[in-house]
Ligand binder design. Sequence first.
Ligand code: ADP
Length: 255
Amino acid sequence: KTAGDKTLKLRGVTLSFGNVRAIDNLDLDVKPGEIHGLIGPNGSGKTTTLNVISGYYVAKGGTIGLGDRMLQPGVPTLRAHHGIARTFQTPRVIGEASVLQNVMIGGNIDGRASFVEALFALPRNRRDEQMLTEKARALLGVVGLEALADVRADRLQHSELRFIEIARALMLEPDFLLLDEPAAGLSGDEIERLAALIRAISRRGTGLLLVEHHADLIFDICDQVTVLNLGRILAAGTPAEIRVHKEVVSAYLGG
Ligand code: ADP
C-alpha cells in the first residue's frame, strides 16, 4: 500500500461471451519483477485474462489496477502509457517491413492505436528516429537477433518472430509484460534462450504474466503460478506447491 506499490491487481474480474463465463470473479496479483505463470486446460480463460488486462476486452465486472490506480477498461493504447505491453499467440508482424522497423513500431505509442498507422507514422524529428533506431537495434541484440535487423520480416522463421515480438514489446520499457504462449513452436534450445530472456527481463523489475502450455518451462522459471479451470482459479501458489496440488495434478497435469 506504499506510494511505490505498482502491483498489477485484478479484483473480481468477470467477463462472459453470451452465456459462457470466460473468466469468473478472478483475483490475480503480479508484482514488479515477478514471473507469474497462468496455466489451465483449453478454454479455461487464460487468453481472455490477457485480453482484459491489455484492454482488448472490457470486463463486465471487477477492477484492474496498478497499485492503487485503476485502469480504464478497454483502451489498449492507454495500457501502453501505463507500461503494460504484450505479445500475441500468433506473432503479428508486417511482412514487407524489415525486422528493425517491426521492432521500432513498439516505441510508437502516441495515441495511434493501429499497428499499420504506427508503422508509417513519422517520428517527430530525426533525433527521435535515431533514438528509436538505436533502441530497436539494442533490443534485437538482447533477444539475440541483431544479425537479422535488415531482413524482411516475412523471411523469418516462426520461432524468430516470437523473439522479435518480445523485442518490440520491450521498446515500451514496460513495467509489465504479458506473453501469450511464447514457447509455442520453439525448439528445446530456443526455449532455453527464452527462459534466460524472461529471467533477464524480470531482473530489470518488469513483472511478467505468462500464458503457457509448456509445463516444464512454467515450473522452471515462475515465481508464482495460477491455475485456471472454467474461468475460475483452481489453485495458486509457487511451482513447488502447484506441482503437488491434488486437483491440479488430477485435472490438468494428468497424474
Ligand atoms: P484459453 O486461453 O484458456 O484457452 P480462452 O480465454 O480463449 O481460454 O476462452 C475462455 C472461454 O471463452 C472459452 O469457452 C471460449 O470458447 C470463450 N471465448 C473466448 N474468446 C471468445 C470470443 N471472442 N467469443 C466467444 N467466446 C469466446
